[in-house]
Design a protein around this ligand. Structure first.
Ligand code: UDP
Ligand code: MG
Length: 316
């Protein structure tokens, strides 16, 4: 048998949705087991990312009542990507395939069947790709799609409209475990793995209950992590910006000298002030960008662990 499935679900303060998510996933798992698509050793693995509400107590109750459920609790809140990673690494060695999905039922559970079919057909990575964004606000759609395009122009090969709903085979999981970087942007790393890939389209629904655990600040941090951890293009852009400014300055110099020879004053003080401030601003931005990379290199050098596991249940 090589069809043990682990569904990994990171949870941060998700007590409002967890009951519903667990019961829907349970029904899905039972039907997959009955159809003989997955083995009886398959599990739904919840990762408690340092929740402050009753999430972990609920996970423990679920595990006590049914061996289909398992749980891992991190020592504190480490963010979605780290929680997901903790779950994936816990499933590694236990599962033949792992599907990661959000706790809030936004990822259509029915896409799981197709993902498993793709896996059976030989795929090691199956991306869940949302087919439309009509349920998103204009702001979210505009920024999200713009971000995917920006990443692609930066040379990062992210899959358009794919977040973290995906299937990974044991082989792909082993490969992923070799990436030890801090602040891992998982969806940017997966395409680097290679192997046979496939996509499954699904309709992304609205959060079943509760609020988004991704406020603007966390979302921006994830977005920056994506760019800075995958691309060195921003540094090259600085160089090109410098070259452009220098050419501009040279042209201005020639122009001023010619004007001076013709008996005109060079430039008035406003232009001088504006350009000093403008160039000053650009230099500071450039320093900030370089600082971003240096800061990240500093964190990598320290090689701190990305998470600590506090407790596990249902994993013998
Ligand atoms: N999440 C997490 N740790 C965090 C923030 C979020 O594990 O610090 C989980 C959350 O419980 C959910 C998933 O990440 O399962 C995605 O979060 P959410 O649905 O709130 O994000 P959105 O869909 O609004 O982007
Ligand atoms: Mg969500």
């Amino acid at each position: 048998m090589n069809n043990t499935l682990y569904i990994v679900v990171p949870c941060y303060n998700e007590e409002e949705v967890l009951g519903e998510t667990a019961s829907r996933l349970k029904v899905k798992m039972h039907s997959l087991i009955t159809e003989d698509k997955i083995s009886r050793d398959s599990r739904i693995l919840f990762v408690n990312d340092g929740s402050k509400d009753g999430t972990w107590a609920m996970i423990r109750d679920l595990c006590a009542a049914d061996r289909l459920f398992a749980g891992v609790s991190l020592s504190r809140n480490r963010g979605h990507q780290n929680a997901l990673l903790a779950g994936l690494m816990t499933a590694r060695g236990r599962a033949d395939m792992v599907i990661s999905m959000d706790a809030d039922l936004q990822d259509d559970i029915n896409a799981v069947d197709q993902m498993i079919d793709e896996y059976s057909g030989g795929a090691d990575v199956v991306y869940g790709v949302r087919n439309k964004r009509d349920k998103d606000t204009f702001f979210k759609r505009f920024t999200a799609e713009g971000y995917y395009r920006l990443l692609n122009t930066m040379g990062c090969q992210v899959v358009f409209n794919h977040a973290d709903y995906r299937l990974l085979s044991a082989q792909a999981l082993d490969a992923l475990s070799e990436y030890g970087e801090q602040n891992m942007f998982i969806r940017g790393i997966i395409p680097m793995l290679g192997y046979q890939t496939s996509t499954v389209m699904y309709e992304r629904g609205e959060r079943f209950a509760g609020e988004s655990k991704y406020p603007l600040k966390k979302m921006l941090r994830l977005a920056f992590d994506g760019i800075f951890s995958l691309s060195l293009k921003p540094v090259k852009l600085i160089t090109w910006l410098g070259v452009t400014l220098l050419v501009l300055a040279a042209a201005l110099l020639v122009y001023s000298v010619v004007r001076l020879c013709m008996g005109h004053t060079i430039l008035d003080w406003k232009i001088v002030t504006i350009s000093v401030w403008g160039v000053g601003g650009l230099i500071l931005i450039a320093l900030g960008i370089i600082g971003e990379y240096i800061g990240r290199a500093y964190l990598e050098l320290k090689g701190r662990p990305r998470y600590h596991i506090g407790e596990t249940v249902g994993l013998e």
